[in-house]
Design a protein around this ligand. Structure first.
Ligand SMILES: Cc1ncc(COP(=O)(O)O)c(C=O)c1O
Length: 389
């Protein structure tokens, strides 16, 4: 740590994911590492944003976002999530779901608090939390359905627990928390008077008929849940930086103050653009699910064919595999061979765990790729058979 560095960023570095992406670019490989979906943004959304730019919708919006967008978000929360809310006081449009998560963490978490995070976790959740410097307690998801041990979860709660973070459907393991699991978590939040901060950004990407359940709809949870989602994944617009939080008015008011101080408002013309996304019909979502379901199977088949044992994701567009069946002892060895000899970038599993040993034999692959890139990646993965034998 240098003389100038703030304690809150001590030890924070760019993730393995960025490093793998850089190496992949140097080697001209296919990047299944970074969770970037490279499908096009829907035309209606692009047209509406262009019209907003041409119409000079260029000034700061309200920090909580433009009225029309908050109204449409509230409509979607009622119809899709079963969570009616007041668009004027309970919706905060943010700079990506990340902006909403940062605002929640800075508003409610501080040194001395404990926060519970499920491993494997999304790196931003862990690292953003670290900036607020609570004690982070991990509960590990295990087995083919990534379930948690209820006793381990209960033991993680204490009178100092300020929040539990729930990501469903989850990055990196693709877990979709069931209603029963969410009820167990919710009951502990109520018993220990803790918040639930949920990240539901993959809420439309579900497989095998699974149901997305929003924690805030469960008994007793509405008043203690901050529901976070966004547009990046559903409408292929990660670079637009638009997401939102839905929470009781006293929470969104606090988070709004923080968001305002950090970046004033989300990009105004793009907010006008994304309003058009709410007019997309059910066929848009059905097509997206069908496309990802097909890519999921294609990627799992390529992995299983070479002994990278896949753990079928229940949602999201990531796949975790175990490397031992392909003759590797560690995630890093397998990721190196896949990169150097097969031209495919993947992420070593240890980076998703508080105790890296838990992920030492796992890899994460992102299959949100255009068909020709995914075909090339799957061909590359299949080459592993000749490399390892
Ligand atoms: C679980 C999860 N949450 C949030 C994000 C980022 O979302 P946004 O672009 O809305 O900030 C990602 C991106 O990979 C993610 O996987």
């Amino acid at each position: 740590m240098t003389r100038f560095e703030a304690e809150r960023i001590a030890g924070l570095v760019q993730s393995d994911i960025r490093l793998m992406s850089r190496r992949c670019m140097e080697l001209g490989g296919v990047n299944l590492g970074q969770g970037i979906c490279d499908q096009p943004t829907p035309d209606v959304v692009k047209a509406a944003a262009k019209a907003a730019i041409d119409g000079d919708q260029s000034i700061y919006s309200k920090f909580e976002g433009i009225d029309e967008l908050r109204r449409r978000i509230a409509g979607k929360m009622a119809s899709y999530n079963g969570l009616p809310c007041d668009p004027d006081s309970e919706v905060l449009v943010a700079a990506g779901s990340t902006g909403a998560f940062v605002a929640a963490v800075l508003s409610f978490i501080e040194p001395g608090d404990e926060v519970i995070l499920f491993s494997p976790f999304y790196g931003y959740h862990y690292n953003v939390l670290r900036m607020a410097r609570p004690e982070i307690k991990s509960v590990t998801l295990r087995g083919s359905d990534w379930s948690f041990d209820p006793a381990e979860l209960r033991a993680a709660f204490s009178s100092r627990t300020k929040a539990v973070i729930v990501n469903t459907p989850a990055n990196p393991c693709g877990k979709v928390f069931t209603r029963e699991e969410l009820q167990q978590i919710g009951a502990l939040c109520t018993e220990f008077d803790a918040l639930a901060i949920t990240d539901e950004i993959y809420e439309y990407i579900l497989y095998d008929g699974r149901e997305h359940v929003s924690m805030a709809t469960l008994p007793g949870m509405r008043e203690r849940t901050i529901t976070i989602s966004g547009f990046s994944k559903t409408y292929n617009m990660t670079g637009w930086r638009l997401g939102y939080a839905v929470a009781p008015a006293e929470f969104t008011a606090r988070m709004g103050v923080v968001a305002d101080l950090v970046y004033i408002c989300p990009p105004t013309p793009l907010q006008h653009g994304v309003v058009a996304a709410f007019d997309l019909g059910p066929d848009y979502y059905e097509q997206m699910s069908a496309d990802y379901a097909r890519k999921r199977i294609q990627t799992m088949e390529a992995c299983d064919a070479v002994g990278l044992t896949s753990l079928a994701p229940q949602g999201s567009y990531y796949l975790m595999v175990d490397v031992r069946g392909a003759g590797f002892e560690t995630d890093v060895q397998a990721a190196d061979v896949l990169m150097q000899q097969c031209g495919v970038a993947v992420i070593p599993g240890h980076s998703f765990y508080l105790d890296p040993a838990d992920g030492r034999t796992q890899l994460r692959l992102c299959f949100a790729k255009q068909d020709h890139d995914l075909d090339r990646a799957c061909d590359g993965i299949r080459k592993l058979a000749s490399v390892t034998t």
